[in-house]
Design a protein around this ligand. Structure first.
Ligand SMILES: Cc1cc2nc3c(=O)[nH]c(=O)nc-3n(C[C@H](O)[C@H](O)[C@H](O)COP(=O)(O)OP(=O)(O)OC[C@H]3O[C@@H](n4cnc5c(N)ncnc54)[C@H](O)[C@@H]3O)c2cc1C
Length: 473
């Protein structure tokens, strides 16, 4: 017998014959703890998460997903679903349950005539960028190329193109979904429109998405992008410049502000390495001459310690932050939404950056607004259509003995910022311990409708390992 954990916290003993029958039915494979591939499948981006599922189904296609979902549902097994494995909360794996690993399903098929792409749920942003940019096409996604397209899309998705073109979900045309019943359905504005509404921000709560179809836009392949690095002593003037700049920036310009210790980047003098800095990271996706003028404005905020700015392939810019965000470190995040930034926010951030618990920790301000906010709050499950800025507190460290110190720093900074924030939060930036923020913080006015749709599509809450929406009559 193989003991699995059930959704209710009990144990289900499954015979080896039934495991073998599932294994035989798959086009991909099923991996048990002592078999090759098990550790690779269960290991996620965030090294804080170290869980051991009783078995992993490594799906090769929608057929395998149907088999795995039926097996978990019939036996009431705890089920975890993994796309890119990047989520900070680490709910893509579990202890003792069945893990459905979609990471081998990586196909990205561009239709240049229609300007669309069909993408499987194991594709990473890097897979999507390389394939679509070969056609000079793209759609808004995130800023770190090792992130999974699936989880990013299901939470909303934003990055360098979003102010011009909306969230990733605003460019989603349709999805294939395996429901909790094991039934395969398609959802789009014209088919199962309520399900399509729910998956656009509702995370993995409503089914396993086996294919995403996106609208594509012309982009690059080169964009004007880069980093301008200021010493922390100039934080006040850079912050003031950033506030004014972002208040009037055209939608083609996205600038994020990062406060951290300077990594040993080759364009910075050695004397700056390891010191606290304010970094402007920007990407301009419009016509070149206007972009150069805007970049010049960013340079006038102070006297930069160094910069790396120029025309570069968009797919390369998408990898710019990858070296700082490699898998294997311990990570804990806190996040707030903001409508405006004020001097108190700047003061609080500067004070916290003065006592960073490790050299890999940082706080960043992401700029939204633009096309993201021209979509009604109730048009998709993602509700934060009046947010201009997101501030993330990223703690990152290597040694478990630093856990308490790093997590405390993040929580203290989060608490200090709270009076200035909206109370809302992007579901994809929530850590594991924030279940109490899901209803009001992540979904607000859309939560009641999501609860009703959860009751319709997943009444037994089979898909519970996520930022969970409870089924509600
Ligand atoms: C370093 C870093 C940078 C980031 N940058 C950005 C950014 O710029 N913009 C942004 O919007 N977000 C960003 N994110 C957040 C990112 O969008 C989420 O972490 C996202 O959930 C990652 O998706 P994944 O498929 O890799 O994750 P996973 O951990 O595999 O999945 C997350 C959850 O989604 C569900 N899920 C995954 N695949 C499916 C599926 N096919 N069907 C149903 N449910 C599924 C499961 O519940 C799973 O637990 C970043 C995260 C990190 C760690």
């Amino acid at each position: 017998m193989i003991d699995f954990r059930t959704q209710q916290g009990g144990t289900a003993a499954i015979t080896p014959e039934r495991i073998d029958a599932l294994r035989t039915a798959l086009r991909g494979n099923l991996v048990l703890p002592d078999e090759p591939g098990y550790d690779a499948a269960r290991t996620l981006w965030n090294a804080m998460v170290d869980r051991r599922p009783a078995a992993v189904v490594r799906a090769a296609g929608a057929g395998d997903v149907i088999q795995a979902v039926k097996f978990a549902g019939e036996n009431r097994l705890l089920l975890a679903v993994r796309g890119g494995g990047h989520n900070i909360a680490g709910k893509a794996t579990c202890d003792g349950g069945l893990m459905l690993d979609l990471s081998a399903m990586k196909s990205v098929r561009v239709d240049p005539a229609l300007g669309t792409a069909r993408v499987e749920p194991g594709a990473l942003l890097s897979d999507f960028d390389r394939e679509t940019q070969a056609f000079g096409l793209s759609t808004p996604t995130g800023i770190n190329s090792t992130t999974g397209m699936a989880g990013l899309t299901l939470g909303g998705g934003f990055g360098w193109q979003s102010r011009k073109r909306g969230l990733t979900i605003d460019n989603l045309l349709g999805v294939d979904v395996v429901l909790a019943s094991g039934e395969f359905v398609q959802a789009s504005p014209t088919q199962n429109a309520d399900l399509f509404w729910a998956v656009r921000g509702g995370g993995g709560n409503f089914g396993v998405v086996t294919s995403f179809e996106y609208r594509l836009h012309k982009l690059g392949p080169e964009v004007l992008a880069g980093l301008i690095v200021y010493p922390i002593e100039q934080a006040r003037q850079v912050f003031e410049g950033y506030r004014a700049f972002t208040a009037s920036a055209p939608d083609e310009m996205t600038a994020w502000l990062v406060m951290r210790k300077a990594p040993p980047l080759p364009f910075l003098p050695a004397s700056v390495h390891g010191t606290e800095v304010v970094v402007l990271a920007f990407c301009w996706i419009g016509e070149a001459s206007q972009g150069n003028e805007l970049a010049a404005q960013l340079r006038r905020f102070g006297t930069a310690a160094g910069e790396h700015v120029g025309a570069m392939p968009f797919a390369a810019w998408q990898t710019a932050f990858d070296p700082l965000l490699e898998r294997g470190a311990r990570n804990y995040w806190k996040s707030h939404d903001f409508k405006t930034l004020n001097v108190d926010v700047e003061r609080i951030l500067c004070e916290a950056i003065g006592r960073l618990p490790t050299a890999e920790c940082e706080a960043f301000i992401g700029h939204l607004g633009g096309a993201v906010n021209r979509v009604p709050t109730d048009a998709t499950a993602y509700p934060h259509r009046d947010v201009e800025y997101v501030i993330n507190v990223h703690t990152r460290w290597r040694d478990s003995s630093d856990d308490a110190r790093c997590i405390d720093w993040a929580r203290q900074l989060f608490d200090a910022l709270a009076p200035h924030a909206t109370g809302g939060v992007y579901v994809n930036f929530m850590p594991e311990d924030e279940a109490q923020r899901v209803a009001a913080g992540a979904y607000g006015p859309n939560y009641a409708r999501l609860g009703a749709l959860k009751a319709k599509y997943d009444p037994a809450n089979l898909f519970c390992l996520n930022q969970n929406i409870r089924p509600q009559a």
